[in-house]
Design a protein around this ligand. Structure first.
Ligand code: SF4
Length: 64
């Protein structure tokens, strides 16, 4: 089964990197924190490299 991706909103600092890089997957929730609204919106490689690896506080994670 495909992995899904989640944002730990307690840790997110709303920097916008993931939202700007992959708007097909990430957006800002009403809380002002990022959320993964469509985990299947981009390839796992792209999510890994452009969001998980790029997040300055490492708060984006895979969930099996
Ligand atoms: S890159 Fe990380 S800290 Fe920045 S908005 Fe996305 S989840 Fe939040």
């Amino acid at each position: 089964m495909r992995k899904t991706v989640v944002v730990d909103q307690d840790e997110c600092i709303s920097c916008g990197v993931c939202v700007d890089s992959i708007p097909e997957v990430f957006r800002f929730a009403d809380s002002g924190k990022a959320e993964a609204y469509d985990p299947a919106g981009a390839s796992e490689d792209k999510i890994q490299q452009e969001a998980i690896d790029a997040c300055p506080v490492s708060c984006i994670h895979w969930r099996e």
